[in-house]
Design a protein around this ligand. Structure first.
Ligand SMILES: [Zn+2]
Length: 83
């Protein structure tokens, strides 16, 4: 079993952590069966933000990603801006 210890995204998904390292909250944008996207504002003075799309279940190595999860993830990333 893969470990997720020390993974910021897993900590947010499980509710262990509610904010980014700078104290700004993660904001969930969209969820699918296997993936979740967050709006992350982590630069000083709220000058910029970015969207992170990540699998809901921690995956240590890229080669361990199942095809159905990869397809879900790609569809999610492609549609983030319109979600
Ligand atoms: Zn993780």
């Amino acid at each position: 079993m893969k470990t997720s210890m020390g993974c910021l995204f897993c900590d947010f998904i499980t509710g262990k952590r509610k904010t980014h390292v700078n104290g700004f909250p993660f904001q969930t944008l969209w969820q699918t069966k296997y993936s979740i996207s967050f709006l992350c504002i982590n630069l000083p003075l709220h000058e910029d933000a970015h969207i992170i799309v990540t699998p809901k279940k921690h995956i240590e190595k890229f080669e361990d990603v199942r095809n159905d999860i990869a397809q879900d993830f790609i569809h999610h990333a492609q549609n983030c801006e319109t979600a």
